[in-house]
Design a protein around this ligand. Sequence first.
Ligand SMILES: *[C@@H]1O[C@H](CO)[C@@H](O)[C@H](O)[C@H]1NC(C)=O
Ligand SMILES: *[C@@H]1O[C@H](CO)[C@@H](O)[C@H](O)[C@H]1NC(C)=O
Length: 281
Amino acid sequence: MCKILLIPIFICIINLFLASAVKCPSCIGIIVDRMNKSLSSSESHCEEIVESAAMCKSELFIELIDACPAVINYITTPSNALITNSADSELVTNINIPLDIGNAYASVIYDCYDKDLCNNNIVEKQYEKLIALNYTQLTIKLTELLYDDQIVTKQQPIECYNRNRKIEKYSINGNCQATLVIQQGRSDLLITTCVSDRRPGSIAGVTLQSKSVGNDYQKTSISYICNRNRCNDPIIMNQIRQILAQFDLINSNVNSLQSFSSVLFIVCMITIVWNRCMLYL
Ligand SMILES: *[C@@H]1O[C@H](CO)[C@@H](O)[C@H](O)[C@H]1NC(C)=O
Ligand SMILES: *[C@@H]1O[C@H](CO)[C@@H](O)[C@H](O)[C@H]1NC(C)=O
């Protein structure tokens, strides 16, 4: 019993010991002109306080407005938080694209525990990728499928898919909602529902969250609230997924291929079993 407890503690201590060699520049709340196209923590806008720490935590917040010199916040801080996972780097990216009011924005959070991982400019690369996109064009494509400003003024009830994938008619001010969770090595999970509450701010929009830990784990979720009739149809979600893949915001269909090969495999097995059965008949 005691030995079982000791192992994780031992691993923890080893991790802390190995990881404490990380040095990260300490830059708090710098503001960079988005028109500059590249973000470098080593440039003048960053105060270079190199500290030894258990990990480096970088946080980046960007307003994604086309052709506008938006400001961003980029924070890199050393942290001595106790590392309890396998000391793999962790990257979390959130992108919000409202379709009715407001502008798109994104946040990138990166934790690293290793000198090489901390020096690989992951956040800078994410920044360059995010500002290279044309959000006007992306918003137009998403709006075509998800948002109709006429419905808001006409006050019409709409139909949505509920949790049981049945079509239901909802009262005025009801919006459809869909969330797709894509995880490596698992089949995709789609949840459809209706939201009836009127929250302040944007009511229709797409949220994309992706998290990757080391090289092995990746989870992406696409979520949206929409007001077009039956806009949380699984077919529409698939189209949204394709659009996001076209814009390079998510990987293209890894899982679809996987499920395709599983279907092929099952068909194959059934054919083999069927043929065997026929031999005995
Ligand atoms: C933009 O980049 C130039 C050249 O690298 C640099 O001199 C300038 O300070 C940058 N501006 C901002 C606001 O970061
Ligand atoms: C972005 O897309 C819009 C609509 O397609 C287009 O009018 C605009 O010129 C594009 N902007 C850039 C910078 O490519």
